[in-house]
Design a protein around this ligand. Structure first.
Ligand SMILES: [Fe+2]
Length: 279
């Protein structure tokens, strides 16, 4: 087994992996340890990587099977299966910062991705952190009465909810045609690998809760979001060059920050891994 150090970044979320070059072959035992760490810590930060797009794609598959992005036109030139996030997209004259409010990725899918991962190519000189909040701890801390109220509720996740707090980037006609039907997911899901319950929220996509008035549903989602996004549940990642970050969409929500000089470019490779039907 290869030697590396694993250091927790908070007492609840995030761990740093130092000492591995993921362009080299990773043996089965090391791979198993990394996957265990992922399930336990929810966000893994692999330092000091030097990836070309194909290196990144190979390394990510140590953790699962790739899931295509909904916007297939949005990819690294010459690499149709490696997408990116950047700060240089505009819709109707307004700059779009992908992921600007807390969410979980692609929850509009019947089978949303278990993980999303980014590799930093260009970073602003300061700012542009990614924040993560632990949805297991947020669930555990809810009053029993709230748990009972929400344990059996299901939410409808559309591509873009009519109640979304922000717009999404441009979607081509072809990508729009290829969207799956809306996902209908429990508000509380059980992680299939660590066995813990977690809130499964996404105000960008949740359009309704089955059997509830929209006004009541929105109020409930607002209350749960206010609870789940408290600082005590947060790991805030300050990006360094060489960072490869992988997070578990079943355990955390995340958000991007538009708090940097927009004349500077922020550009990261992005991939997702297939998940299972939330239950
Ligand atoms: Fe995201």
């Amino acid at each position: 087994m290869a030697s590396f150090t694993l250091t927790p970044l908070t007492d609840h979320t995030g761990a740093e992996v130092v000492g591995l070059d993921f362009r080299q072959r990773i043996d089965a035992d090391t791979r198993a340890s990394l996957n265990e760490a992922f399930v336990e810590h929810h966000v893994l930060v692999m330092r000091d990587q030097r990836f070309l797009p194909d290196d990144f794609k190979s390394a990510v598959q140590l953790f699962g099977e790739l899931q295509p992005h909904d916007k297939e036109e949005h990819h690294v030139p010459g690499h149709p299966d490696v997408s990116y996030v950047s700060n240089d997209e505009f819709v109707n004259g307004r700059r779009i910062i992908p992921g600007e409010t807390f969410h979980t990725d692609h929850s509009n899918h019947p089978c949303p991705p278990k993980a999303t991962t980014l590799f930093a190519i260009e970073l602003p000189s300061s700012g542009g952190d990614t924040q993560y909040v632990n949805m297991h701890d947020a669930y555990d801390d809810l009053p029993e009465s709230t748990k009972q109220k929400i344990d059996r509720l299901k939410a409808v996740h559309a591509y873009l909810s009519k109640y979304s707090p922000r717009p999404l980037g441009h979607l081509s006609e072809e990508s729009r045609r290829n969207l799956p039907p809306s996902g209908v997911h429990p508000l509380v899901r059980t992680h299939p690998e660590n066995g813990r319950k977690a809130l499964f929220l996404n105000p960008v996509r949740i359009e309704s809760i089955v059997g509830m008035d929209d006004a009541d549903a929105l109020k409930l989602i607002d209350e749960l979001m206010a609870h789940a996004t408290q600082k005590k549940y947060e790991y805030r990642h300050k990006w360094r060059h060489g960072d490869w970050v992988l997070w578990d969409n079943r355990s955390v929500m995340h958000q991007a920050n538009p708090d940097y000089d927009m004349n500077e470019r922020r550009y990261l490779y992005r991939l997702m891994l297939k998940g299972e039907v939330p239950a």
